[in-house]
Design a binder for this molecule. Structure first.
Ligand SMILES: C=C(O[C@@H]1C=C(C(=O)O)C=C[C@H]1O)C(=O)O
Length: 384
């Protein structure tokens, strides 16, 4: 099966995930499973897959299922599932799709307010004994015409030949669409892998500046601190499930078409095959890549300082099969698409060494993944 065909067949409400190794299209929903207790949901999914018409359950976990009003995890067992190999080079021959310019862009909060929140966070880290907190901001885009998530997904897949490029149906007919560099967890047999990312610099069209940015990130003490907090937490969360765990001491430089990051590949051998990819994803989430350390105090600070609900941003997207295998990516570099509007999200890790202006710039740079896929003029969103 050709991955380009799956991309062309994707329709709003379907589940789509393209990675460096495979492409999955789950169409329709034979069964929908939602819940705010992810560990219990993982059990229900395991039972439901036992006699399901298709081999996987797929969907999204929210940032915080206990947030105001409750944001449930949503998985479906699709009516039909098709698999293909990696999307590239097959999708290269497809033309780009037109998305259209928004009529209005509203930052939530305004950039200046986000920088103030970062300064506030830096102060409160010390007061509350936090090592790190991740603060995000959003941009609301309004359009005169209906927004087509299929067009955005199409361009995201063309632009990003690595990473995890996804679309998933949300409650209320909305769609989460994005391209994340970050693997929360994959399980295949008894092999588990996580590839946490923290520490960021923008890519540049100028090769010299681009290389310098990557080198500056590798040399940045602040970014290594930010990363170490994350890598340690992911290793500690996986350790109880593994009879062997390999967590390198130093991160490597990794890249997307728009950002440089520090990443650590953590691999383990699962002790108990009954623990599925969804159980593991639920146990790891939320990592300090998108929340902070310690988790509960960081989540409280996020709620205090961010003037919006994260919903399914900074959650997870992925699938699990009847054997318990599966893969889950962190839902970053994404947008939540409604009928004629969409909300873009971007955040960054704050440690005592963080600078508010630099953190604001980092969120602007992270909007570029979606901005490019929407065909927005380069740097246009950076004004907001
Ligand atoms: C929170 C986001 O990204 C996360 C935060 C990073 C950082 O603070 O350096 C890097 C990668 C991601 O784990 C985002 O893109 O919105």
């Amino acid at each position: 099966m050709d991955a380009a065909r799956l991309l062309e067949d994707y329709a709003r409400g379907d589940f789509f995930l393209a990675t460096a190794h495979r492409t999955i299209l789950g169409s329709g929903a034979a069964t929908e499973l939602t819940g705010t207790d992810e560990a219990r949901l993982a059990e229900r999914v395991r039972r439901a897959l036992g006699d399901a018409p298709t081999p996987i359950a797929a969907g999204v976990l929210p940032f915080d299922s206990a947030a105001d009003g409750g944001t449930p995890a949503r998985l479906v067992i699709p009516e039909g599932v098709r698999f293909a190999g990696r999307p590239h080079p097959a999708v290269d021959r497809l033309p780009r799709r037109h998305v259209g310019l928004p009529e209005r862009v509203t930052p939530v909060p305004e950039g200046r307010r986000h920088a103030e929140a970062v300064a506030d966070a830096v102060r409160r880290l010390g007061e509350r004994g936090l090592r790190k907190v991740v603060l995000a901001r959003a941009l609301d885009l309004e359009f005169a015409e209906p927004v087509r998530p299929e067009a955005i997904l199409h361009n995201l897949v063309k632009d990003n030949d690595r990473g995890y490029t996804f679309a998933a149906g949300l409650p209320g007919g909305r769609t989460l669409v994005g391209s994340s560099p970050e693997l929360l967890l994959s399980r295949q047999g008894d092999r588990v892998v996580s590839h946490p990312h923290a520490g960021s610099m923008p890519r540049s069209a100028d090769p010299v500046t681009d290389r310098q940015n990557g080198e500056a990130l590798l040399a940045s003490r602040k970014d290594h601190i930010e990363h170490a907090v994350l890598a340690e937490a992911v290793a500690e969360a996986l350790r109880p499930f593994c009879r062997k765990l390999d967590a390198p001491e130093k991160p490597e430089l990794v890249s997307t078409p728009t950002m440089w990051h520090l990443g650590t590949t953590i691999t383990g051998e699962l002790a108990d095959r009954d623990v599925t990819a969804l159980h593991l994803a639920a146990a790891l989430h939320p990592t300090p890549a998108i929340c902070g350390t310690p988790t509960e105090s960081a989540r409280e600070l996020v709620t205090e300082l961010e003037p919006f609900e994260r919903g399914y941003y900074a959650g997870a997207v992925g699938w699990v099969d009847a054997e318990g295998d599966g893969e889950w990516a962190v839902t970053i570099r994404c947008a939540e698409v409604a009928e004629r509007s969409l909300r873009l999200y971007a955040g960054g890790g704050i440690v005592p060494e963080s600078d508010p202006g630099a953190e604001l710039d980092e969120t602007s740079a992270k909007f570029a993944t979606l901005a490019e896929a929407m065909g927005l003029p380069r740097g246009w969103l950076a004004e907001f």
